[in-house]
Design a protein around this ligand. Structure first.
Ligand code: FES
Length: 215
């Protein structure tokens, strides 16, 4: 399946769902967001039916520029990977932003132990989360820009338009919204500096994705 440039534009509200459906319907690979898009269907991965059955997926992140997000399908779920900028990382630690969050220290089991830290990931620059809202299962929109329609205090993150849940750029849920938990972090590790394997823990970790509190 070939995705048109318009089909791949995840910056439009609601586009994430459409593109995710396109991915699931046969376009094995990765779709970029914001201004640049890559149909980099890599040859490292097994066949689509093997991936659907739960095999790990290897992705080369080197084309993903700072500030951009890609979405891929793992175990029939969307996985968001964001290359966070240094400024975005600073916002994850700002006390005025931490006060907005329900579980700022990732106390609830929504991530493996190796991602239970201030950036909820292995490498600070890359966020890796399952993109399913913990309220009723919609796919939140990527809203990395400050302010805008989400108000002057919006630090950038995810907005779920169906019932208004918000998450920051570590996918930590805000207080006062219907979603109860942070977005889950799937098992993952790095094969080298920019190649990530989704679906497998680093050596020495036996963490089970099925143990999380809630998808
Ligand atoms: S499903 Fe996200 S706010 Fe309801």
């Amino acid at each position: 399946m070939t995705l048109s440039a318009e089909d791949r534009d995840l910056s439009a509200p609601g586009a994430a769902r459409r593109d995710f459906l396109l991915l699931l319907s046969g376009a094995l690979g990765v779709v970029g967001a914001a201004t640049a898009l890559w149909p980099f269907i890599d040859s490292m991965n097994p066949a689509a039916d093997v991936i659907a059955a739960g095999a790990p997926i290897d992705i080369d992140l080197s084309p993903v520029k700072p500030g951009q997000q890609i979405i891929l399908a793992w175990r029939s779920r969307p996985v968001f990977i964001v290359h966070r900028t240094p400024a975005e990382l600073e916002k994850l630690k700002a006390p005025q932003n931490l006060r907005l969050l329900r579980d700022p220290n990732s106390a609830v089991n929504q991530q493996p132990p190796y991602a239970r830290n201030w950036h909820r990931s292995i490498l600070p620059e890359y966020l890796v989360v399952v993109g399913i809202c913990t309220h009723l299962g919609c796919i939140p929109d990527f809203r990395p820009k400050l302010g805008g329609s989400l108000g002057r205090g919006w630090p950038g993150g995810y907005f779920c338009p169906c019932h208004g849940s918000k998450y920051d750029l570590a996918a930590r849920v805000f207080t006062g919204v219907p979603a109860p938990y942070n977005l889950p972090v799937p098992p993952h590790h790095y094969l080298d500096k920019t190649t990530i394997r989704i679906g497998e823990n680093p050596k020495g970790s036996a963490w089970e994705f099925a143990s999380i509190e809630q998808i």
